[in-house]
Design a protein around this ligand. Sequence first.
Ligand code: GLP
Length: 245
Amino acid sequence: MLKIHMTDTYKAMSQKAAGIVAANIVLKPDCVLGLATGSSPIGLYRELITRCRAGELDFCRVKTVNLDEYVGMAPEDPQSYRRFMRENLFDHVNIDPANTHVPNGLAENLADECARYDQVISSLGRIDVQVLGIGHNGHIGFNEPAEEFSVNTHVVNLQEVTRQANARFFSSEDEVPRQAVTMGLRAIMQARQILMVVSGESKAEILREAFMGPVTPRVPASILQMHPCVTLVGDRAALSKLCDI
Ligand code: GLP
């Protein structure tokens, strides 16, 4: 089932989404959060930090598992997703770093790393709430459009459109890695709840395709139509082709 919350601003979107994550933490202090990078969830993380500092949220037993990491990127690299998570959330809340999981993009044997990451995910049990953004080509995590849905954690060749979109975080597009390790669609689909945050008009068309078009691996996010509990929180511009506004 898809629930849609439309907000007027990025801040309101972030507050609404943070409320959903916060409810999970309050009701289940040892919950498993599936986390995403990108600009869409930054405000949500900021809200969680504010609530933690205000004493409303306790992360001491929370466990997290991130969607993806660039291949070849050291954890301390400013562009790595591990570093992104530290800067935007982990370093500012009372989470135990041992309870935070991000794929190792520096692993010598990437196939082993993918298998290890799937084991980490299974050892945590089901993800309680999986935060997602969406790429302009419909990717979730780094599950890029393909002939088939990818089930397990895998190494993916990033599409040009994805590298271009992420070039804003690097000094040039050339520096954007060509590959990433990403959680597959099984772990995402097994999450009890999906929370997608999306802002901006540039995402309006892909959101329409993802939620109103056919379910196809050419638009990986379309698989979410089959998930029993999806909450989409977006601003007016992002939702303009989905909702009658
Ligand atoms: C990257 C991440 C995705 C994210 C997407 C959209 O490709 N791997 O998890 O959803 O960017 O990012 P943004 O929210 O910045 O548009």
